[in-house]
Design a protein around this ligand. Structure first.
Ligand code: URA
Length: 204
């Protein structure tokens, strides 16, 4: 009988294998031509907190690791600020392949890749989902049945919304995308404040 850890590992590996062979994606040819990888996600399969970004950038597609470039350094700083280790959370994106020239993901791409994210969430069963940026915020808020509360990221960031998916009660905490702190210092302050909300929720 496989242990719970082995089962989660195997389910996550099946997702990785499917993504590697995901020829239906409009991003598949771009990936293979550039020797990029799909970025499945990284971290603990039993994490309490899952962070969901948008889509991999170039560093991520080259290394198969989420948030390993400039935005990742900001994310690491934000995690440090609340004394949470990167290995203890799970970090992923809605879209698992890099869109050309770091453009925004299209709604077709989000729709195509979202079922992989849904499966990852059902494997991990987090109690906190922190969305990074407006695309993952809109997807998760709608997907977990709170569409009537969806407004702008400037209104929703740093607040906690409760949803009840199949695996139990979840706090959804929308956050700005860490990349915003690269262009605007005041956004870093806002992100640091919003991370305190994650800390308060996990300690409550
Ligand atoms: N931006 C994202 O949204 N995800 C990454 O993995 C890296 C940058």
């Amino acid at each position: 009988m496989p242990t719970d850890t082995e089962k989660r590992h195997d389910q996550m590996k099946a997702i990785r294998d499917e993504l590697l062979a995901f020829k239906e994606s409009p991003l598949y040819d771009y990936r293979t031509k550039n020797n990029y990888f799909p970025v499945v996600g990284e971290g603990s399969h039993t994490a309490k907190i899952v962070f969901i970004g948008e889509a991999p950038g170039e560093n991520e597609a080259k290394t198969a690791r989420p948030f390993c470039g400039a935005s990742g350094r900001i994310l690491d700083e934000l995690l440090n600020s609340i004394e949470v280790d990167r290995e203890d959370v799970y970090i992923t994106n809605i879209v698992k392949d890099r869109p050309p020239a770091n453009r925004d993901p299209t709604s077709e791409e989000i729709e195509l890749y979202a079922p992989f994210l849904d499966r990852q969430l059902a494997i991990i069963k987090p109690t906190v989902i922190a969305t990074l940026g407006r695309f993952s915020m809109a997807y998760i808020i709608n997907r977990l049945g709170l569409g009537d509360q969806l407004t702008s990221i400037s209104a929703m960031h740093g607040k906690s919304f409760t949803a009840n998916p199949e695996w139990g009660s979840v706090h959804i905490i929308p956050l700005y995308h860490p990349a915003v702190a690269l262009y605007k210092a005041s956004m870093k302050t806002s992100l640091l404040e919003d991370f305190k909300v994650i800390k308060a929720v996990i300690e409550s």
